[in-house]
Design a protein around this ligand. Sequence first.
Ligand SMILES: [Fe+2]
Length: 387
Amino acid sequence: MSKLFIAGQVFHGAGSLEELKNIKGQKAVIVTGGSSMRKSGTLDKAIAYLTEAGIQTQVFEGVEEDPSSATCLKGAEIIQNFQPDWIIGLGGCSAIDAAKIMWVFYEYPDVEFNDMIKPFTVPVLRNKAKFIAIPSTSGTGTETTGLAVITDREKGVKYPVVSYELTPDIAIIDGEICASMPAHVTSNTGLDAMTHCVEAYVSNIDDNIADALSKGGLEIVFANLKEAVKNPNNITARQNMHDASFMAGLAFNNAWLGIVHSLSHQVGALYGIPHGAANAIFLPNVIRYNAYATERYPDLAKVIGKETTEELAQAIETLRSEVNNQSAIKEFGISREDWNKNLDFMANNALIDPCTGFNPRVPSLDELKTIYNACYEGVAYTETVIA
Ligand SMILES: [Fe+2]
């Protein structure tokens, strides 16, 4: 028997933000990022809908990219003072992920961030508040996952906090909110969603529902990402990508991910490389590496009109360049010397990343370093050439 972990209620479609009118409660804190939600008018709309529902609101603005545990503590203090019965993460995944951890701190003021790092150790939530996620980017699927990625800047490590307690009670997936998303964010986040589809499909957890969502999500990404990048006001393409991101999130919330994410978390924490951009660099070579251990990639190749594992890897490389993304880590201005200095640290952290346990092939430290080096240079991974 398997339980399907999914956001409690899911509203999707252009204009679905309006569902906030129907929320029952007293007080809500909206947690958001820089200023894009305010500038686009989405924040004001959300407040107006909540007011119509008779809910008082307070806003915590300014969650940074790759949010830190310190930011989460700061937000939790404001939430503690206001005592809401709803916490709403509105914006990119950083805002929503930070809001999830603020929620934990709100419910358990004595808990330390380090207590949550071990998977499935977040205590039982919903004693004080429930959670609504309203994403403005189409990538992480955090609106339906039990995951929040938080960075410890002092240690230079990104921690995926993993617990089904963190799966939102309500997800609102409104493509109109994404119209203001810049092209590079659209491409990075869309490539992240694509990676979730591929990693969830080949993970070592077999799940028919996750498989169907992975295939469906991948098909939608290949059919819509280029258009969403090129024509930001095409709300149909935006909604399609938003749906695909949700489908991918739902798939990996149940089948989990693999070493693309383990590798990616490290370069994100150390070098600030955007998550989706890093994933899109690692994914084709991880496919080549994993091909020795799984025969599932041709199924995904067929979804996008290809046949073989290598054709799938190459189609991803083509899409990556069509949406103007980098093809090598060195393109981010990282010197070989600096890379070599950090390689052991990154590979060691990737080896113990929670995602590694779900990869179809069990990697060694040296194999992770070999994949890292191939992706640093932007060359195809092989078992013998680069080791
Ligand atoms: Fe991801």
